[in-house]
Design a protein around this ligand. Structure first.
Ligand SMILES: O=P(O)(O)OC[C@H]1O[C@](O)(COP(=O)(O)O)[C@@H](O)[C@@H]1O
Ligand SMILES: [Mg+2]
Ligand SMILES: [Mg+2]
Length: 324
């Protein structure tokens, strides 16, 4: 039975980075506990506020954000943080070398119906120049620069799924001792799949390439893809990516023209990039449909990106539709 610290040490993760990861995990354990208490803790439901992206914040979005923010800005190795629930990046109280971005609660429309949600995080090194900790441009690095990425899935059990660039490990929260224990390592996504995940209600807003791919999937054995597809949609990216890591599949939140000014729904720096690192580290692929997500150059902390990720050969098919 290996604990998280033993795995990080065996992977040669620098001690400073380990301390940053530890603080993320401490906050996530607290979030897991609050979610378990649910209605009893009086923290379900919405606030009266909107985040910078115009989405109504749930009480637990705000609580989870505060837990992560408060612990990380006091960590001596963190220079600044960026969050879905913060308009701007927040400078740490210390000079540290790491930058942490996070989606404190992903899939938050699932909170009030007691379904799976998660926390997603991504860690970058701060550039070695004299830019200040409150300069948002220090975050504008592509996903290939991530030194660690992961999520905690608050499901029937709480799972930490993480990569520091040496494969993907899965830890299960042992609630009797409050520690994450390694339960799977070297996770590999099957290369082929016949299971897709997409919000079909947006179909009429998609680009023709995406419409065509899904139309062809729906034709099953008689269609050009020659197989019968199954479909899943949890509306929680963490749960969706976890299913794909476990048994393969393809997840898509493509560009749609409901609001043509938005490049997609999901955010590059704290949803697209960390999930892409995990998926690639597990032998899968991740694309906008036209380029690898981790090669996209961010212009702002809340940039959005179209997402197509999962089993390698299926992602390649979607990319081929876009290249036609
Ligand atoms: O409600 P929709 O349009 O199906 O969108 C669901 C998607 O939006 C998200 O909930 C966005 O994340 P947040 O809940 O963190 O805003 C993803 O987890 C999920 O894949
Ligand atoms: Mg999210
Ligand atoms: Mg969120």
């Amino acid at each position: 039975m290996k604990r998280l610290d033993q795995v990080l040490a065996a992977d040669g993760v620098p001690a400073e980075l380990e301390l940053v990861i530890n603080d993320v995990i401490v906050a996530c354990k607290d979030i897991a506990f609050k979610l378990r208490q649910g209605e009893l803790a009086g923290i379900l439901g919405a606030t009266e506020d909107e985040n910078v992206q115009g989405e109504t914040q749930k009480m637990l979005d705000v609580i989870s954000n505060d837990l992560l923010k408060d612990i990380l800005i006091d960590n001596p190795y963190v220079k600044a943080i960026g969050s879905e629930e913060e308009d701007y990046t927040v400078a740490s109280t210390t000079p540290g070398k790491y930058l942490v971005t996070f989606d404190p609660l992903d899939g938050s429309s699932n909170i009030d119906v007691n379904l799976s949600v998660g926390t997603i995080f991504s860690i970058l090194e701060a550039p070695e120049d004299d830019r200040a900790a409150d300069d948002q441009s220090i975050f504008l690095q592509n996903g290939r620069k991530q030194v660690a990425a992961g999520y905690v899935l608050y499901g029937p059990s709480a799972l930490l799924v993480m990569s520091t660039g040496n494969g993907v490990n899965i830890f299960t929260l042992d609630t009797t001792v409050g520690e994450f224990i390694l339960t799977k390592s070297g996770v590999q996504i099957p290369e082929d799949t016949a299971e897709f995940a997409i919000n079909m209600s947006n179909q009429r807003f998609w680009e023709p390439e995406m419409k065509q791919y899904i139309d062809d999937c729906l034709q099953g054995e008689e269609g050009p893809l020659g197989k019968r597809y199954n479909m899943r949609w949890v509306a929680s990216m963490v749960a969706e990516v976890h299913r794909i890591l476990m048994r393969g599949g393809i997840f898509m939140y493509p560009y749609d023209n409901r609001d043509p000014s938005k490049a997609g729904k999901l955010r590059l720096m704290y949803e697209g990039n960390p999930m892409s690192m995990l998926v690639e580290q597990a032998g899968g692929a991740s694309s906008t449909g036209r380029m690898d997500i981790m090669d996209v150059a961010p212009q702002g902390i809340h940039d959005r990106v179209p997402v197509v990720l999962g089993s390698k050969n299926e992602v390649a098919k979607v990319v081929a539709y876009h290249a036609k």
